[in-house]
Every structure is written in structure tokens, then in C-alpha cells.
Design a binder for this molecule. Structure first.
Ligand SMILES: [Zn+2]
Length: 88
């Protein structure tokens, strides 16, 4: 019996999704993240409605904290969804 060689995946060097580690809010000197700004907040949640981790977006800890608070506030006010099950 011959053992077939398993195809190995080409080794890829792991890279973060985004290379530049600049915080979008720091770039624009944002002091306060508006929870009413739906479009801005939507860029930081997935289609499912989850908050995208800062390691993906590159947002700094300070702004990520504010962003999370804003998203939660927006959810409470039904500006943003808690879960979006439109995509399945
Ligand atoms: Zn920042």
C-alpha cells in the first residue's frame, strides 16, 4: 500500500490584516467618538454586528475603548444592531 503524500500548503509568512498601525481616530485628532455617527461606527463592526477587534483595525487602546462604548450606546438606541442575521 502506498501512502500518498499529503499536499502541503505553501508556507506563508503570517501578516496582520493591516500593516500600518495607525489609529484612525488619532490621525484625525478625534477627542470624542460620536455614537450618533452611524456610518463611522459601522466601519468598526462586522456585517454580523460584531465589534472588530483593534488588532484588525489598528485602533489604539484609548480610542477602541471609546469606540466600544459608543457602539454599545448606539446599539441601545437602536442605531446599530446587536446582531444582524441578514447574512447567513
Ligand atoms: Zn487613537
Amino acid at each position: 500500500m502506498r501512502v500518498q503524500h499529503q499536499r502541503r500548503r505553501p508556507t506563508q509568512t503570517q501578516q496582520p490584516v493591516k500593516r500600518r498601525r495607525t489609529c484612525r481616530f488619532c490621525e484625525n485628532d478625534v477627542i470624542y467618538i460620536d455614537y450618533k455617527d452611524e456610518k463611522k461606527l459601522q466601519r468598526f463592526i462586522t456585517e454580523e454586528g460584531k465589534i472588530i477587534p483593534k488588532r484588525v483595525t489598528g485602533t489604539c487602546a484609548k480610542h477602541q475603548r471609546q469606540l466600544v462604548a459608543s457602539i454599545k450606546r448606539a446599539r441601545h438606541l437602536a442605531i446599530l444592531p446587536f446582531v444582524n442575521d441578514a447574512v447567513r
